[in-house]
Design a protein around this ligand. Structure first.
Ligand code: NDP
Length: 486
């Protein structure tokens, strides 16, 4: 592996790459081999200040452009991303280890969809006219918030940057984005492309580092909003920090979502959903249906066919398009996943397949399935964020709904059944923000996405995201005299 992935500099601030070698060094590792592929520096206080001040200046200029003009820039950026999909996908694969067969269709393409969608609705972000008694009236103006901070997780670095930047910029905000320190490369490309598409320098800045760099962004008085994609513990810390400055927040956090398979479901389809919802991106997806509740009568048939189909997974070089399944993102994450597998064994779950580290360089574990999992086991309660499926048995509808809801998480839920009335009835009672009927893990940009309970606050995507990147000003207009009592 060459260092062709080495960016021109660590940060992208005020429309250009910026280096400050006084920041602590960050080595970027290709998870498939464990090799270093780039060396960056964490942002210093000076870099952060330049980014926030640059964003403030750009935001003032950007906010007075019409929605039509802002939208045009975003749509141009979407076109550029699509034109460069292959190069961006290869970078995403090197940054995360996800196979090219996924990144070609799920990362820059998803980012481009967000830029196009929010670019297309930017011109329509208007207020309303409210008629009042006596000929008086009021109007509302949809205003931007100002400078928004984006904090990203490592599983979808391009998509997360775009899902945050697109609605923020469409509404007239600027952004300072801090990617995960584990996957710092892709967001830099998003910043480059936005400038090329006509965004003013400073509108979208990328600063590198750990939570120590993200922390100051959550408390800085120049920042109006914080949008985090990350774990629940980080969400709690960031939410609390942002509350001190009464900042707006969006929290896209973790989950332990139920995927319920009734005995009347199309078994092949249900297994496809369980595979996508547990092993795509090597299981590193927040909305995964990692508690697979299978109705008792079909459990063994489900497990037998699932195991058979998992044998067809091509595990190998992520840069080979024939590969289905890559490593997890880092050695640290692999150790976390192996720790959960050990817990599953210790606590009496039946290991059906996988479970061991693969004997090759890099951070690899095969798709892993546990059966006979019970609700109290650690692997059924905690988010693993790796390719580990827990299969639990159930007998009837009321029982499975109660058990599915018995968690602090509430991100996603899926139901497989041929009985559509039952499907809607069950989803109506499940406590989750993103639900799927006879499907799993679709995330088109047109549809709001986000969690309930501890899985999040606010929504990304869809028109709903606009509410989280703008605020309404109401203007009351009196058409007659102002009547005072004295
Ligand atoms: P983390 O919560 O560890 O980190 C998320 C981001 O926040 C990183 O950039 C991290 O920096 C930063 N950060 C950490 N602490 C602070 C702090 N105190 N102040 C400011 N920033 C901070 O998540 P991971 O990167 O490990 O990602 C995995 C998690 O993300 C899982 O729980 C997953 O469910 C969730 N996720 C949720 C999604 C959703 O849409 N709901 C989608 C994808 C993932 P650094 O790590 O570099 O130190």
């Amino acid at each position: 592996m060459t260092r062709s992935t080495q960016p021109a500099a660590s940060h992208f601030v005020n429309g250009a790459y910026l280096e400050d070698s006084a920041g602590a060094a960050m080595e970027v590792i290709y998870p498939a081999t464990g090799e270093g592929i780039a060396r960056l520096h964490e942002a210093t206080r000076d870099v952060l200040d330049q980014a926030i001040d640059g964003a403030r200046a750009a935001q003032a200029e950007w906010a007075v452009r019409s929605g039509m003009e802002r939208g045009r820039v975003l749509r141009r950026a979407a076109d550029i991303m699509r034109d460069r999909n292959r190069a961006l996908s290869e970078l995403e694969t090197r940054d995360t280890g996800k196979p090219l067969s996924e990144t070609l269709v799920a990362d820059a393409t998803s980012g481009a969809d967000a830029l196009e969608y929010f670019g297309s609705i930017a011109a329509g972000l208007t207020g309303e006219h409210i008629p009042l008694s006596g000929g008086d009236w009021a109007y509302t103006v949809r205003e931007p918030l100002g400078v928004c901070a984006g904090l990203g997780a490592w599983n979808y670095p391009t998509q997360i940057a775009c899902w945050k930047a697109a609605p923020a910029l469409a509404c007239g905000n600027a952004m300072v984005f801090k990617p995960s320190e584990v996957t710092p490369l892709c967001a830099l490309k998003v910043a480059e492309i936005l400038v090329e598409a006509g965004a003013p320098p400073g509108l979208f800045n990328v600063v590198q580092g750990t939570g120590d760099v993200g922390g100051p962004l959550t408390t800085d008085p120049r920042v109006a909003k914080v949008s985090l994609t990350g774990s629940v513990p980080t969400g709690r810390a960031v939410y609390a920090a942002a509350a001190g400055g009464m900042k707006h927040v969006t929290m896209e956090l973790g989950g332990k979502s139920p995927l319920i398979v009734f005995d009347d479901s199309d078994l092949e389809d249900a297994i496809s959903g369980a595979i996508l919802g547990n092993f795509y991106s090597s299981g590193q997806i927040c909305s995964n249906g990692t508690r697979v509740f299978v109705q008792a009568g079909i459990k063994e048939a489900f497990l037998a066919r699932l195991t058979e189909r998992l044998e067809n997974a091509v595990i190998g070089d992520p840069l080979d398009e024939a590969t289905h399944f890559g490593p997890v993102v880092s050695e640290t994450q692999l150790q976390i996943v192996l720790g959960y597998v050990a817990k599953g064994r210790e606590e009496g779950a039946r290991l059906v397949r996988g479970g061991d580290r693969l004997d090759r360089p890099g951070s690899w574990i095969a798709p892993t399935v546990f059966a006979d999992v019970t609700d109290d086991m650690t692997i059924a309660r905690e988010e693993i964020f790796g390719p580990v499926m827990s299969v639990l048995d159930f007998d009837d509808e009321d029982e499975v709904i109660a058990r599915a809801n018995a968690t602090d998480y509430g991100l996603s839920a899926g139901v497989y059944t041929r009985d559509l009335q039952r499907g809607h009835r069950v989803l109506g009672r499940l406590q989750a923000g993103a639900c799927y009927l006879n499907s799993y893990n679709d995330a088109p940009v047109e549809v709001p996405f986000g969690g309930t309970k501890h899985s999040g606050v606010g929504r990304e995507n869809g028109h709903a995201a606009i509410e989280h990147y703008s605020q309404l000003k109401s203007v009351y207009v009196r058409m007659g005299a102002t009547e005072a009592p004295y």
